[in-house]
Ligand binder design. Structure first.
Ligand code: NAD
Length: 295
């Protein structure tokens, strides 16, 4: 089966590589030469443009930064919706506004295509290991068609409802993650200010009630976990600007239905302050540096 894969960044690159390893014929594309070089080195075929990548594809997957990129790819400048072969299945794995996902899905359906929103959780480590969680919105029939493709890149699949429901659920998850990361940094900074060793404090928390992904997998303190972005100058991982985008989408989603998200609003401001401090391109765990400069 031929799969077009557009967007080969921190997440899309390893996902495309896993699809290729699972035996799919992958035609990939990205605007960045660096991103292309990484997947090419793993034997993935790269097209000269998104338009070329989707030619003859039965499945089209996109993994782009934000709503504007997804709308532009399918509806705007690239206008892929009109070029993709009728009957094809579109899977957008980017985290975008639920309203954007609904708009693109409606346009796809009107062109005789099927579409699901399937944002992911699990980070770069999950994308690389093929253990992502897919959080899906769209028709059940389209999800069943997508299931084997998703299983080549992940291990858990949740069907949340109609088009856009996957995005709403993903925003709920990331709003919780954003708050938890910020407060974990705050707790470690408090301990360090009292002379505690951040590694021992993290090890204790990881088996106590303060445990979370932020203590155990992506600890914000340098040197606590060898493979965490904090231990490599906050590079790779999940960018602060992407977290800021997701927190903003979560707050907008709350405003849309009159929900109260006081901690989400507060944490959104922390990621905005972290961006203003010049760390927009770093992993979002660098938010700890608003509380202290970890040694
Ligand atoms: P990234 O910035 O590393 O990658 C995005 C890629 O899209 C870049 O390589 C960029 O060149 C490419 N791109 C942009 N516009 C394009 C276009 N028109 N055509 C082709 N390529 C284009 O971002 P990422 O970390 O891979 O995240 C992608 C999405 O996944 C985001 O929506 C993010 O919120 C979400 N996400 C990220 C993580 C993570 O840990 N990084 C985890 C879960 C979800």
């Amino acid at each position: 089966m031929k799969v077009a894969f557009i967007g080969l960044g921190n997440m899309g690159g390893p996902m495309a590589i896993n699809l290729k390893r699972a035996g799919y014929t992958v035609q990939a594309f990205d605007l960045s030469a660096d991103a292309i070089a990484k997947v090419r080195a793993e034997g993935v075929d790269v097209a000269a443009s998104a338009r070329e990548a989707v030619q003859g594809a039965e499945v089209v997957i996109s993994m782009l930064p934000a709503s504007k990129h997804v709308e532009s790819l399918y509806l705007g400048d690239e206008g892929l919706i009109k070029l993709i072969q009728p009957g094809a299945l579109l899977i957008d794995c980017s985290t975008i506004a639920p309203a954007s996902a609904q708009k693109v899905a409606a346009a796809a359906t009107s062109q005789g295509l099927q579409m699901i929103d399937a944002p992911v959780s699990g980070g770069v480590a999950g994308a690389t290991a093929g253990t992502l969680t897919f959080i899906v919105g769209g028709p059940a029939e389209a999800l069943e068609r997508a299931r084997p493709v998703l299983q080549a890149m992940g291990k858990n699949i949740f069907h949340m409802g109609d088009a856009g429901a996957g995005q709403v659920a993903k925003l709920c998850n990331n709003m919780a993650l954003g708050v938890i990361m910020a407060v974990t940094g705050e707790a470690l900074a408090l301990g360090a200010a009292h002379g505690l060793d951040a590694k021992t404090l993290s090890q204790m928390m990881a088996v106590s009630t303060g445990r979370s992904w932020a203590t155990e997998v992506c600890n914000p303190w340098p040197g606590v976990l060898e493979n965490a972005p904090a231990s490599r100058g906050y590079s790779g991982g999940f960018g602060n600007d992407l977290m800021l985008k997701d927190m903003g989408l979560a707050v907008e989603a709350a405003i849309g239905v009159g929900a109260t998200v006081p901690l989400g609003e507060l944490a959104r401001n922390l990621y905005a302050m972290n961006k203003q401090a010049g760390r927009g391109g770093q992993d979002f765990s660098s938010v700890v540096q608003l509380m202290t400069k970890p040694a």
